[in-house]
Design a protein around this ligand. Sequence first.
Ligand SMILES: N[C@@H](CCC(=O)N[C@@H](CS)C(=O)NCC(=O)O)C(=O)O
Length: 239
Amino acid sequence: MSTEKSLAKGSAAPGPVPKDHIRLYSMRFCPFAQRTRLVLHAKGIKFDTINVDLKNKPDWFLEKNPFGTVPVLETPAGEVIYESSITSEYLDEVYPEKKLLPAFAYAKAQQKMLLEHFAKLVPLFYRIPSAKKNGDDVSGMEAELKEKLGKLNDELVQKKTKFFGGDSITMIDYMMWPFFERTEVFEVQHCLDHTPELKKWIELMLKDPAVKATIHPVETHKIFYKSFVEGKPDFDYGL
Ligand SMILES: N[C@@H](CCC(=O)N[C@@H](CS)C(=O)NCC(=O)O)C(=O)O
């Protein structure tokens, strides 16, 4: 069973997960759920998708993830996994095809540390447009974002690699990508002006088949984001 249109409170709980599939509970415009979708596509895993109305969450969804957030995975055995980084690592462990995390403990730890640094940058993507909308001065936040993006750029310069884990895409690239897909939507593109290596990384990421399979056009993102900011998120926009 797959649903494109989001299921809301009062909807019937989806049936069991088919034997040869894994199920993703998602929201079409969620950058965290996109992380998991990227991993599913990159590894060629068979999955079905249930989109959830996050404004009006079904009880059965809250029973699966008490945080009430997407992404959530469910296996045919009824095991439930949530939180984007945990779901992504789970998929990489369980499905051996095309490993995305490095085999060596230190390299793996380095990716996870970089992801922690990145997690400090994510709130700025949301806080800057929201402060702008309120007419607040965002120069301090923009300076902070520029500084943090500069550090990511330096990381690529020091490593002399195309991607953050080497010359091919690995897990860390997929964990960061969804937010870079949305820089124009968050109106923070100018914060990338001084990051040439990061810009090259963006261009390379855009060529990746998993990125192509999960990307939305900027205009679509903008329309969804506007509905979200106005407090009436149109989860089914474009369907
Ligand atoms: N830390 C979570 C964050 C996920 C998240 O915030 N997802 C949003 C949608 S983009 C959500 O489900 N929001 C619903 C809510 O917070 O009630 C993760 O990495 O999975």
